[in-house]
Design a protein around this ligand. Structure first.
Ligand code: F6P
Ligand code: MG
Length: 464
C-alpha cells in the first residue's frame, strides 16, 4: 500500500534529503560523540557500587563512541545499509522485516530518505540499548534541556497569557457578553493558541545544528504577540484553521483530543498550553499525548522529557520575579493534577519510532489505530509527522491533503486530523493554485525547508 509517486531520496543532489544526509547527520552524530565524551570524563568512581561496575561503564561508553564513529563513516561514504543487530528491543523483528523486504540492497543515499533517517536514530539507540549501564541514557537530553532553559523568557510570557485566558474563561459566564461575542472571543483565542502551537515547531534541534541560545530566543519571540501572529499567519501557505474551528471545535464539548507530539522543550510547552486551554474551555475532557519510546530525531519528546518539563517549570531559578514564578507554579500544579486525574494521558507506541509512513498505521499497528479512532480530533505536530502522513514522496504541490494522507482520510472510523507543521523538508501538498509559483519567484530558494513557512491542514475524517 503506497502512493504511485516516487519517494524522496538523498540521491537527488538538489534536495534537502541530500543536504541532510551529507551535512546535517554527521554534525548530529558528532554531537552525540562529544556529549558522551563529556559524560564519560565526568564519570565518578564513587557513583559506582564496585570497581567492576565503574570499569564496565567506561568500557561501554568507549564502545558506543566507536559505534557512532562507524555509523558516521558509513553514511558519509554512502556504504550499503547493514541490518540492525538484535539489541533485545521489542521492535527488532519489525525492522528486520522492513529491511529485508525493501532495503537490504540499498545504501545510505539510495534508500528512501524516510527510511534512512528513521534507521539512523534507531541505530544510535541500538548502540546504547546493547549496554548494561547506558540503556536508558538519552544522548540528546542535555541539548533538549539547555535549549528549553534558553527559552525561559518566552515560557514565562506564555504562562502569564494562559493564566489570563483561563481566568477569563472562569469569569466569562458572569460577564455581560452575549453568546455570539463569547464565541467570537473564543475563536480568536483558538487562532492565537493554535498558531503559538504551530510556530513552536520552528525550534527543532535537528535543524538548528548551529544556532545559539540567543537565536533560539529570537525565533520564539518572532512568533508571538497579536501583531507578530498576524504577520506570521501570512507565512502559513495553506491554512485550514477556520475550517477546524467551524467544522469541529466550535461545537465540541468534553471530547477527546490527541496530540501526536513532536519536539520536547519549548514546543512541548506550547502544546501543553494549548491542551490546557482546550480542557479549561470545555472542548476536551481528555487529552492524549503520544510521545516517542526512544530518543528520536534529536529533539522529539520522550516520557522522560515530558516529566522533566513539568518539574523544570516549577523549579525556576530565582532570577525570575515572584509573579513569574507564581504563574509558572500555577501551571505546573494544574498540569500535574491533569495527569493525576487522567485528563491528560501520556502514551508511547513503537509504531511512532518505526520507519512506516502513516498510511500503514491501520495494518501495522491496529491496536494504536483503534485507540486513535476514539479521538474526536488528532493533532499531528511537526515536520516528521507530516512527512509520514503524506508518505514522504514527490507529490504535485497542489495535491489535496486528503488525497496525500491516503487511508487516513478514507477508512471507516478514522478521526478528524489536523497537521500543524513548519516546513522543513522537500514535500508539501495542498497548496492553493499559484502559491508554488509565487514562492519560486520570491528568490527564497529554501522556502520548502527553512522552517519560515508552515501549513495547517485538516481532514474531516470518516466517523458517522
Ligand atoms: O531531517 C529531516 C527532518 O524531518 C527535517 O525535515 C526536520 O528538520 C527534522 O527532521 C524534524 O523536524 P520536526 O521536529 O519538525 O519533525
Ligand atoms: Mg522533531
Amino acid at each position: 500500500l503506497s502512493p504511485s509517486r516516487p519517494a524522496l531520496a538523498a540521491t537527488d543532489k538538489t534536495s534537502f534529503a541530500y543536504t541532510t544526509t551529507r551535512d546535517r547527520w554527521p554534525v548530529i552524530i558528532t554531537k552525540v560523540i562529544d556529549g558522551l565524551y563529556q559524560t564519560y570524563h565526568s564519570l565518578n568512581k564513587e557513583e559506582s557500587e564496585t570497581e567492576l561496575e565503574f570499569e564496565t561503564k567506561q568500557k561501554e561508553a568507549k564502545a558506543i563512541i566507536e559505534e557512532m564513529g562507524k555509523i558516521k563513516y558509513q553514511l558519509q561514504r554512502d556504504k550499503p545499509l547493514i541490518p540492525l543487530e538484535d539489541d533485545g528491543e521489542s521492535d527488532v523483528l519489525m525492522w528486520h522485516n522492513v529491511f529485508n523486504t525493501y532495503f537490504h540492497d540499498k545504501t545510505w543515499y539510495s534508500a528512501t530518505w524516510l527510511f534512512t533517517e528513521c534507521y539512523l536514530y534507531r541505530l544510535v539507540h541500538s548502540a546504547f540499548a546493547k549496554t548494561k549501564y547506558w540503556r536508558n541514557y538519552d544522548p540528546f537530553a542535555r541539548q533538549k534541556e539547555e535549549t528549553f532553559k534558553a527559552s525561559f523568557v518566552a515560557v514565562s510570557e506564555l504562562a502569564k497569557r494562559i493564566n489570563e485566558l483561563t481566568n477569563g474563561l472562569l469569569s466569562s459566564s458572569s460577564a455581560s457578553s452575549t453568546e455570539e461575542e463569547e464565541q467570537e472571543r473564543r475563536r480568536i483565542v483558538f487562532h492565537e493558541l493554535a498558531q503559538v502551537c504551530l510556530w513552536g515547531n520552528a525550534t527543532d534541534l535537528s535543524l538548528l545544528t548551529n544556532l545559539s541560545g540567543d537565536d533560539v530566543e529570537k525565533l520564539q519571540r518572532g512568533g508571538r504577540g497579536t501583531e507578530a501572529l498576524k504577520e506570521s499567519e501570512k507565512n502559513i501557505l495553506a491554512n485550514d484553521l477556520d475550517r477546524v474551528w467551524e467544522e469541529k471545535l466550535k461545537n465540541l464539548r468534553n471530547g477527546r483530543i490527541d496530540f501526536v507530539l513532536d519536539n520536547a522543550g519549548f514546543e512541548l510547552y506550547v502544546d501543553m498550553v494549548f491542551a490546557d486551554w482546550l480542557i479549561q474551555a470545555g472542548y476536551a475532557s481528555e487529552i492524549h499525548f503520544h510521545a516517542k519510546r526512544i530518543p528520536w530525531f534529536v529533539s522529539d519528546t520522550t516520557p522522560a522529557d515530558f516529566h522533566w518539563l513539568l518539574s523544570a517549570i516549577s523549579n525556576l531559578s530565582s532570577s525570575f520575579s515572584t509573579q513569574q514564578q507564581s504563574d509558572l507554579t500555577r501551571l505546573s500544579t494544574r498540569w500535574s493534577s491533569y495527569l493525576e486525574n487522567k485528563r491528560w494521558i501520556l502514551h508511547t507506541h513503537q509504531f511512532w519510532t518505526s520507519p512506516y509512513a502513516y498510511w500503514h498505521l491501520p495494518d501495522e499497528a491496529p491496536d494504536l489505530f483503534a485507540d486513535i479512532c476514539k479521538a474526536d480530533l488528532v493533532l499531528l505536530k511537526g515536520d516528521l509527522n507530516y512527512r509520514k502522513l503524506v508518505y514522504d514522496c514527490k507529490w504535485e504541490f497542489t495535491t489535496p491533503f486528503v488525497v496525500a494522507i491516503g487511508p487516513l482520510a478514507t477508512i471507516e472510523g478514522v478521526p478528524a486530523i489536523l497537521a500543524l507543521r513548519t516546513c522543513k523538508a522537500d514535500v508539501i501538498v495542498g497548496l492553493p493554485a499559484g502559491v508554488e509559483e509565487k514562492m519560486e519567484a520570491s528568490g527564497e530558494t529554501n522556502w520548502l525547508y527553512s522552517g519560515k513557512y508552515a501549513v495547517v491542514q485538516y481532514s474531516l475524517g470518516k466517523k458517522d
